[in-house]
Unconditional design. Structure first.
Length: 106
């Protein structure tokens, strides 16, 4: 299992949600380990897990009296698209560049 390491500095909520999804996608299913690996406080983890579950990106299951968190197919698709979007350089279509540089917008 290759679990990513995340910075503990200031991150946006989107970055934290993505960090949680990345950890869960790497077969880490115990909330305590997710919290430690994604470097987020317990209270925030519970809130964010509830949101991710509400959006259909993760699923919470109880197995042997322990809570497990699993990424859903929708969560995998969202994570894949956002990860690929973050690695692509930002581009602007030539017509957009012209309109952005015109004096009409200044």
């Amino acid at each position: 299992m290759n679990v990513p390491s995340f910075p503990s500095g200031n991150r946006s909520k989107l970055e934290i949600y993505l960090d949680i999804l990345r950890v869960v996608a790497n077969d880490v299913s115990e909330p305590a380990i997710i919290m430690h690996t994604a470097k987020i406080p317990d209270k925030l983890l519970n809130e964010m897990l509830d949101n991710l579950e509400g959006w259909g990106l993760i699923e919470k299951k109880t197995a042997r009296k322990k809570l497990r968190v699993l990424i859903t197919p929708k969560g995998e698709r969202v994570l894949s698209k956002l990860d690929s979007a973050s690695t692509k350089p930002a581009t602007t279509h030539p017509e957009q560049k012209t309109s952005l540089l015109s004096n009409n917008h200044l």
